[in-house]
Ligand binder design. Sequence first.
Ligand SMILES: [Zn+2]
Length: 235
Amino acid sequence: MQIIQKGNAHTISSSRDGRIPCVIVDHISAGTMASMDAWFTSPGNEVSSAHFGVSKTGEIHQYVPLDRMAWANGLTVEAMAKAAAPIVRQNAPINPNKYSVSIEHEGTDGELTEAQFAASVWLHRFIRDEIKRLYGQTIPLDEQHVIGHYQVDPVRKPFCPGPKFPWKQLYEALKEEAKVKKEETVEVMVNGKSIGTGYVDSGITYVPVRAVAQALGASVDYDGKTKTVTIKGRG
Ligand SMILES: [Zn+2]
């Protein structure tokens, strides 16, 4: 997966004022990806932004850097008391934008395409890993720390990210990795050089195939339609 940088000089953001991001908030864009790109980079937009957008085709766009605050989950202090998410009530009167990372999803009712769901799962993990790298703190990818905009602002945003947003599948996918993490991870060496980490599960060693193949001078092709990985060696 790759992240395409789309933010520009007009993209609105502010300082986090020393707050460390501790929660990921999911949103629905209620429009197309193209309109999201246009709005978050428009000189006329002085009211809203998000860190990321995920398109129906599974493309990830970034508008605001993680060490800056995006304008996505603003609340009055009075409204914080009405938040459904405990983390928002507990952090009152701090503006939730200061300690959150926001992901917009292209769509209207929360239904995600398969590619969009996969990209979003990847992005949640990427954010966790980047926050760990930048701040040394881990955002647990659970129900308390991965929430919907409707849990921040149930009064004004009850339909964000929408009734069809796949919360159950998302939490399951995010937990699935945690299970793997508990298994034995291994360093993968190719001809004396470390090319990354793999893990052992039920006696099978899983390794990053592209890195291994490339270290051996082979090429790797992935066909998303047929779900086939093809490795071509030199022999
Ligand atoms: Zn929202």
